[in-house]
Design a protein around this ligand. Structure first.
Ligand code: B12
Length: 478
């Protein structure tokens, strides 16, 4: 057993296509011992999969399942059945070699997906070592079912072994994404993903990150990260690198060290990150981030109501949030702000507190994304609250998305409130309007070329939005 075919089943394009970093890390981790090929279904789905199977004749197929749904409380997409129909069924008709599942969606719902896809094996949480051990055991005719993190079938039951939670520093091979897959379409539409740490020690009540990545922070060496970026930038000039860490600026000091190493080893690159936690935003951090090449950040307070900050289990206080906002404003760091309404205790007054913060503390040319409803995941504190309040049933496996929205305002009441708030705030995108239309994107690209705009894309989109008649009228009356 030598040949391993890895398949990316993630065809989601919202907010943009994301390169399969996890799968490429696995490919790099395995290739000294196995022959590895990656089929990236992101753009063309299963087209080419039959040829890959016929030509490569894999001994094992590994399938990554990233998204369950798109986290929209109304009218959202559900991906798992699509993956079965588009990838798993045709694959099973092509070959009966062992099928191994992994990825974030699989780690959240392993037993359900083993059944739905009729898989032979699975790996929950990170895969570099465990997948290798599993493949080695299969190759050598040993039983891998006792390995930590392995999901197996025993006597008609699915057994999920808890993953071993490492506390050691994170050492990964180079993902070399552009070596394993055709990176051309991502270069145009997305970014080059880089991971700097795993784990999250925060206690946000709705979040799955600790269950996907563990609670202890494991940090990658800052100079190794900068070297990876420098090497990839030499191969792909002009590409934007995106950190995929759930929180970029935790624990304190690591983000600063990464920025300094990038300045030293990979000057002039373009960088982006999600997950800048208000708790750790300092002037020094933002200056180092700018020097390293971050042209914008995402800041994720979720709420600016002291009561809701506590209720959501955030790791910062209102004072900390105000300090972060002031530093972001005075350092003029272009920022996309993420708010999430509807959590336990949300009411008219807490919504008003967040809106008041948006008006006073957020620059009018920074973007505010308003989300509504918190996806309930098994085993989270929010799950326990939802059970207690009778909002989910004890027998609900939560695979089909179930969103917590605090009664009595509920989804419709809050939506109305947020839509009317956004009607007088051009920089606020209400729930349901969180992604620009194709037409807006086209206009933005034209405007950027015509006026040689180097600003972040969201600022160009906001210019267009501000010119809409209702906002232009509003500006004229001010
Ligand atoms: C960074 C991130 C983003 C960034 C991506 C930036 C980029 N350029 O990649 C942005 C903000 C764009 C984003 C968008 C979305 N995201 Co997101 N994202 C994440 C996050 C924080 C990290 C993902 C990542 O790259 N991890 C690093 C890699 C190395 O890990 P990995 O892929 O899990 O791979 C490891 C293991 O899973 C395993 N493995 C993976 N595949 C396989 C296969 C086999 C065979 C085996 C054995 C093992 C294995 O081994 C790998 C290496 O250790 C996760 C949460 C998390 N902490 O995982 C959410 C997460 C994946 N996102 C999620 C969602 C829903 C989305 C969106 C749909 C949200 C939206 N409406 O916009 C979109 C979809 C985007 C798309 N096109 O697919 C959900 C998915 C769960 C769900 N409910 O569906 C997650 C889990 C967060 C959550 N809410 O719980 N996301």
């Amino acid at each position: 057993m030598k040949r391993v075919l890895l398949i990316n089943t993630n065809t989601c394009r919202v907010p943009y296509p994301v390169a399969p970093l996890g799968l490429c890390l696995l490919a790099s981790a395995l290739e000294d011992a196995f022959e590895v090929r990656v089929h990236d279904g992101a753009f063309d789905g299963a087209a080419g999969m039959a040829e890959a199977v016929a030509d490569f004749r894999p001994d094992v197929v590994g399938l990554t399942v990233r998204n369950v749904d798109d986290l929209l409380a109304r009218g959202g997409a559900f991906f798992l059945d699509r993956v079965r129909d588009e990838f798993v069924r045709p694959l099973r008709a092509l070959t009966d070699v062992p099928l191994v599942l992994g990825g974030s969606a699989f780690s959240l719902f392993p037993a359900y997906l083993m059944d739905l896809y009729g898989a032979d094996w699975g790996v929950v949480a990170e895969g570099e070592h465990v997948f290798r051990d599993l493949l080695t055991a299969l190759r050598d005719g040993r039983d891998p079912s006792g390995l930590p993190g392995v999901v197996s079938r025993r006597d008609g039951r699915i057994v999920v072994n808890p993953p071993r939670c490492s506390t050691r520093a994170l050492v990964t091979p180079r993902a070399d994404v552009d070596r394993h897959i055709d990176f051309t379409p991502y270069r145009r539409l997305g970014s080059y993903p880089v991971q700097a740490r795993r784990g999250c020690s925060h206690g946000c009540i709705y979040c799955t990150y600790p269950s996907v990545e563990g609670r202890a922070y494991r940090l990658r060496d800052a100079s190794d990260i900068a070297d990876e970026i420098a090497e990839a930038a030499a191969r792909l000039p002009g590409v934007t690198f995106e950190f995929v860490d759930s929180t970029f600026n935790e624990p304190p000091g690591h983000a600063e060290a990464i920025c300094d190493e990038i300045v030293a080893r990979a000057p002039g690159v373009r960088l982006r990150t999600m997950g800048v936690n208000p708790g750790g935003v300092t002037r020094d951090l933002l200056r180092r981030m700018k020097a390293a090449g971050f042209a914008q950040i995402d800041c994720t307070p979720d709420s600016a109501s002291p009561r809701m900050i506590r209720s959501l289990g955030k790791n910062f206080t209102m004072d900390g949030l105000l300090r972060a906002a002031s530093v972001i404003r005075t350092e003029r760091m272009p920022t996309v702000w993420f708010f999430l309404f509807g959590g336990p205790g949300e009411d008219e007054s807490t919504i008003a507190e967040s809106l008041d913060f948006i008006d006073r503390e957020i620059a009018p040319d920074d973007l505010v994304l308003m989300g509504l409803g918190l996806r309930v995941y098994p085993g989270t504190p929010l799950h326990r609250i939802a059970l207690r309040e009778g909002l989910v049933r004890p027998d609900d496996d939560l695979v089909a998305p179930n969103f917590y929205v605090q009664p009595p305002l509920g989804y419709d009441g809050m939506l109305e409130r947020l839509v009317s708030a956004a009607a007088t705030r051009p920089n606020c995108l209400p729930p349901g309007e969180n992604n620009p239309t194709t037409d807006m994107l086209r206009q933005a690209v034209e405007m950027r070329t015509r006026d040689s705009l180097a600003e972040p894309m969201f600022r160009t989109l906001l210019r267009i939005r501000r010119s809409w008649p209702q906002f232009a009228r509003l500006a004229a009356t001010k």
